[in-house]
Design a protein around this ligand. Sequence first.
Ligand code: NAP
Length: 484
Amino acid sequence: MVSRVIPVDPFDLVIFGGTGDLARRKILPGLFRRYCAGQMPEDARITGAARSDLDDDGYRAFVAEAIREFGGGRACEDGTLEQFLQRLGYVTVDAKGEAGWAELRARVRPGLVRAFYFSVAPSLFGDLAERLRQFDLATDQCRIVVEKPFGHDLASARTLNATLARHFDESQIYRIDHYLGKETVQNLMAVRFGNMLFEPLWNAQYVDHIQITVAETVGVGGRGSYYDKSGAMRDMVQNHLMQLLCLIAMEPPARFEPDSVRDEKLKVIRALDPVDWHHVVRGQYEPDGDQPGYREDAENPRSTTESFVALKCHISNWRWAGTPFYLRTGKRLRARASEIAVVFKDAPHSIFGSEAGRHRNVLSIRLQPNEGITLGVTIKEPGPGGMRLIDVPLDMSFADALGPDAADVPDAYERLIMDVIRGNQTLFMRGDEVEAAWAWTDPLIAGWETRGDVPKPYDTGSSGPDDSLMLMHRDGRKWREIRP
Ligand code: NAP
C-alpha cells in the first residue's frame, strides 16, 4: 500500500528563527523528508532568517548538520541532500530592527505561495507581523504560521489575536498545534466519521467515560525556568489535550473543511462545565537518585508550578451529559505514552453469569509511540471448562497495516507545513478556539493561586501522585496503565 504524494505548488517559505531549536530538530528535517518524498516542487525555496551572522552556504552547512542529526530519511546519501540544500538560503534579520528586511523583500518571488513561519519567542510575533507589512512582504494571500504558546492566559491571547488581526486576516493565520498533525489524530476522525460502526455508540448512552493521557518520561531540565512560569495546565492541557478532547467529543462536521471542523470543536469547548477544583490533582516530580526533582530543575525551591495534572471534566450537551472525561499529563512518568481511550459501558445483562467477570470494550487510540488504534473485544477463552470470557485486542497498528510504507507517513510538522502551503487550515486552531480554551482554564489556574494550592509530590517513573489514582477510584473506575 503506497501512500499517494501530491506535490504542492511552488512556494517561498521564510522561517523566522531558522537557526533555533525547533527549526533544527523538526521543521528543517521535516521539509527535507517531504523533498525526499517528492512532494516539494523543484522551484520551492526556503529562507532561514534570524539575527545570527550567516550567509547562504553557512546556513546550508547548519541545515545539513541538523538533517544528519535529526532524521534525514533514507535518501541522505545519494546526493538528494545536496539538491535539497540548493533550495535554501539565509538572511540576517532582526525582528525588532530594520536590518535585513529589504534583502528579504528582494528574495521572495512574486506570484508564488508565500509563507512565514514564526519559530521565535512569542514576544516577537507582533514585531514580525508589523515588519512584514512595513517592508511590503505581506500580501493578501500570504500565510503566517504561529507557534505555541499562543498567549499565557485569555487576556494575552486576546491581545495577540488582536495584534495579528491588525496585519493579517484570520484566513492567513495558521496557529500550529502539532498534535493535530499526528496521523492517528486524523485517523480518529476517519474512524469516527468514515465508519458506520462507531458513531451510533459515540455518546453518553454507550460510553462510560473517556480517558486522555499524555505521559512523558523527560523532566523539564534545560527549560525549567521557562516551564516554571507555565506548568502542565498551560503547557499541555489548554492546547494539546483540549484539542484531542474536541476531536473525540465534537459533533460530525458537515464537511472535512476548516470552518466546519473548527466550528464543531469550538462548540465542545464552550459546552465544557467549569471544573470543580476537587476534581483536579496537581503534582511535582521528586528527585530520583542523582536526577534532580522538579524544583531543582526549575531552579525555584519554592515553586508551586505543576509538572503533572489530572482532572475530570464534563461536557454539557445532549451527546455527553453524564459521561466524565478524565485528562492527565505529566513529566517524568513511567513511560512516554499518549493515548485516548473510549471506555464503553457494560453489556446491560450478562447471560454468562457473574463468573464470567466484568468485560468492557475499550477503543484505544495511541498517539505515541507505535501510533495505532486498538479495539478491545470480549471473546470466549479457548478450550474446555465452560464459558470463561477474556478481552482480546483487535489491533490496527500502522506499522503492521502499512508495512514498509509506515516509515513514509509524514510526521506532524511535515504534514502541517505542507497544509500551510496548500492553504488548508483544517488542522490549525482558530483564534476563537484558543480564546475559549483559555477562558476555561483561567479560572482553574486563578483558583490555585487564590487558595495557595501546592502540588503533590510524585516519584519519577510512577503514574503521578496517588491522589490522581483516587480521582478515578472514587468513581469506581481506574486509569489505564501507562505503557511504552
Ligand atoms: P530557540 O531555540 O530559542 O530559537 C529562537 C530563534 O529565534 C533563533 O533562531 C534565534 O536566532 C531567533 N531570534 C531570536 N531573537 C530574534 C530577533 N530579535 N530577530 C530575529 N530572530 C530572532 O527557540 P525554539 O525552541 O526554536 O522555539 C521557537 C518557537 O517555537 C517558540 O515560540 C517556542 O515556544 C516554540 N516551540 C518550540 C518547541 C521546541 O521543541 N523547541 C516546541 C513547541 C513550540 P538568533 O539568536 O540568531 O536571532
